[in-house]
Design a binder for this molecule. Structure first.
Ligand SMILES: [Zn+2]
Length: 217
């Protein structure tokens, strides 16, 4: 069985590798907020368990079994978030920190029951795919809102960032998954955009539009 810390390393390496392809020890150290020598010794330990390949000065690479372990933790995290929203009435901005704790419970029965009670959801409250019980995940190729043009009509499918400040920002504009928008105007200067949502016109910063994943409708 892996420790809480080991699970967090595997999860963080997986998430970073999704974003950038390669994960350096330095990058990992920053993401975990743990000093390099400590990170290095944990990487050696995880390598000895067969979860990753580690060579000094080289990017860290998860093995197939390391990836699976990471995805099983992510499954528990995302199922928990869904459960908190769907069954317990939490807002989508309130669930991440709780899920960070619950994801380390080692009881397959607990999470399989949760999955069943939710009727086997495929995405979490932020639109991120939930890996299945074998650790398989269907990655989506959504594009960010700021890659679209004036006149495009789109639907929000996911957000790439689940920190509460960003989600509260979306709440303040009544935006949630499934919202349909029309891009009216993109500001030349800072790429902020005016969008039509229901009968209102909202302004979204480029920074926000970069974290919103959408599809054209
Ligand atoms: Zn989360």
């Amino acid at each position: 069985m892996n420790s809480f810390t080991e699970e967090n390393y595997l999860k963080t390496i997986f998430n970073l590798s999704e974003k950038t392809g390669e994960v350096s020890v330095n990058e990992l150290s920053k993401a975990l907020d743990i000093k390099m020598p400590t990170v290095t010794s944990m990487l050696k330990k995880l390598a000895s368990k067969g979860y990753l390949k580690y060579t000094a000065y080289r990017p860290v690479e998860l093995t197939t079994s390391g990836k699976k372990e990471a995805l099983l933790v992510i499954r528990k995290h995302r199922l928990t978030e869904m459960f908190l929203v769907d069954k317990m009435g939490f807002g989508w901005e309130e669930v991440h920190e709780v899920a960070e704790q619950i994801e380390h419970i080692h009881s397959p029965k607990f999470f399989n029951k949760m999955d069943e009670m939710l009727d086997y959801p495929t995405v979490d409250p932020h639109g991120s795919p939930i890996p299945d019980r074998d650790g398989k995940i269907q990655l989506k190729n959504y594009r960010t809102l700021n890659s679209f043009q004036e006149g495009d009509k789109i639907k929000i499918l996911a957000v790439t960032n689940s920190d509460d400040g960003f989600l509260k920002y979306l709440n303040s504009k009544n935006l949630n998954l499934g919202a349909k928008l029309e891009i009216l105007e993109i500001e030349e200067f800072d790429k902020s955009m005016n969008v039509k949502f229901k009968n209102n016109i909202l302004t979204l910063s480029n920074k926000a539009a970069d974290k919103i994943l959408v599809e054209k409708i």
